[in-house]
Design a protein. Structure first.
Length: 132
């Protein structure tokens, strides 16, 4: 007996959990990123007001500092997104492994000889007929 299982069915169980791994850290990140962004905007506004009275060297230094802070914020956002994506991928992978383990256990207990995951194709490129 053959039991075909589509890959979409195996991975659909992961969709409700994609936001869960980073929930607590994203709240912390959101608060600190908001504070950094607000501080940068305030510093930028103060710099705009003071540009006319600053000397050329002082102006360049202040603008360079502002650009460096902007880059640091973007870098922190990128690192956070990469970390969140990594955690989500790990969680999805674990869920997929659990689903496949359960499918295998069920197939064994039900006496299936073969469980096909994804599309089945023969060597000639034609679809193999699935038993329902």
């Amino acid at each position: 007996m053959v039991c075909p299982i589509s890959r979409a069915a195996a991975s659909s169980a992961s969709s409700p959990c994609t936001a869960a791994p980073g929930t607590s850290s994203s709240a912390t990140y959101s608060a600190s990123a908001g504070a950094l962004q607000t501080a940068l905007e305030e510093k930028s506004a103060a710099l705009q007001k003071d540009l006319e009275v600053m000397g050329p060297e002082e102006r360049e230094n202040a603008q360079r500092d502002l650009r460096n802070e902007e880059r640091a914020i973007v870098r922190a956002q990128t690192e956070f997104r990469e970390d969140l994506d990594l955690r989500n991928n790990e969680a999805i992978g674990k869920i997929q492994q659990d689903v496949l383990r359960e499918i295998s256990a069920y197939a064994t207990s039900a006496g299936f000889d073969l469980v096909a995951i994804g599309e089945c194709r023969c060597e000639a490129g034609e679809h193999v007929a699935h038993e329902d």
